[in-house]
Design a protein around this ligand. Sequence first.
Ligand SMILES: *[C@@H]1O[C@H](CO)[C@@H](O)[C@H](O)[C@H]1NC(C)=O
Ligand SMILES: *[C@@H]1O[C@H](CO)[C@@H](O)[C@H](O)[C@H]1NC(C)=O
Ligand SMILES: *[C@@H]1O[C@H](CO)[C@@H](O)[C@H](O)[C@H]1NC(C)=O
Length: 368
Amino acid sequence: MWVRIASRGAFTAHQTLHCLRPPSFSPAVVARFVAFSSSSAMAMTKKVGTHNGTFHCDEALGCYIIRLTDKFAGAEIVRSRDQSVLDNMDAVLDVGGVFDLEKDRFDHHQRGFDQTFGRGFVTKLSSAGLVYKYYGPEIIAKELSLHVKHPDVDRVYIALYKSFVEAIDAIDNGINQYDVTDPPKYVDNTNLSARVAKLNPDWIEEQSTQKENAAFMQAMELTGKEFSEALRYQARSWLPARTVVANCLASRFEVDKTGEIMVLKEFCPWKLHLFEIEEELKLEPSIKYALYEDERSKQWRVQAVAVGPGRFESRKALPLPWRGLRDDELSKQTGISGCVFVHMSGFIGGNKTFDGALAMARKALELP
Ligand SMILES: *[C@@H]1O[C@H](CO)[C@@H](O)[C@H](O)[C@H]1NC(C)=O
Ligand SMILES: *[C@@H]1O[C@H](CO)[C@@H](O)[C@H](O)[C@H]1NC(C)=O
Ligand SMILES: *[C@@H]1O[C@H](CO)[C@@H](O)[C@H](O)[C@H]1NC(C)=O
């Protein structure tokens, strides 16, 4: 795939650079990129403009994302601040002072710009967030091979914004992670925005437009690779796990009439999904215990659900008299045979069988 970059605004000064097959993206997208390198297709290649000079994470990612759409597949990236050049672009990102979806103008620097992702997110958007907001569903639908209106597309769309894109918007807009007046105790210089910033030619290096454009290509590849990886994780790991947890929650009353015990029929990362789905569906009463089989020991675990994400305290820890006991001593205390252990803090316990673990959970619910 070829991408050309206008160096000084005029198209006569194009440099042609190798790059930008999205790193192992879904076959459909790759096929389209290849198709666009044919000469007849080249003639109708769209142009996406962004500013020249120092670049940032947001327009690098924005340029990558917009090229994943059908409309801008294989588009040429043109870097310039010359308005007459920008006026001839099919899309303009991060420069030009205009946000206009109809015209594919995606600047966020102008006075009065107040776009956020919505859906509960209040962080002001960068050019990456803007492009993602409007073209994200199409890109995600392609990755999932689903219709754009499928609810799973929407789930991944929100999850990917929350887990990946929002931080780029926030850092670009200088929004702190926490409301604190003290300076942070340490700095993490390895966030994606920081790594993109470091790709800019250093001041001690010789400055050239060519070098800067080549570095911008690298920035697009870096941000694109991480975006694609994050999307793939959401599609192949996060979403299936969510489906497992949602199904287990739906059948919770078949496990116990209280509806407070969930059985994971298939082990997967379940905690965050549980909190999210409970909140989404306003589940009452909340789940107190999750039962699942430990792969290695083939024993069953009964785990007390924490009060919230990232918290250690349990909603209803296993009973105090059981804690720290093992095997026969524990079985005697619980009155349930085959008990294996209950952790000192009461957040987890085990029985040799599913029925044993369920009996432990039921008894724990009854005890104060
Ligand atoms: C950006 O491009 C313009 C022409 O479009 C040129 O005059 C200017 O020097 C360039 N700026 C930087 C920082 O390279
Ligand atoms: C990201 O990296 C930059 C540059 O090193 C740093 O100043 C900033 O605090 C980091 N931001 C976050 C949210 O970690
Ligand atoms: C707990 O596991 C043991 C060992 O398999 C089993 O004998 C016992 O019946 C289980 N407890 C219950 C209540 O099923």
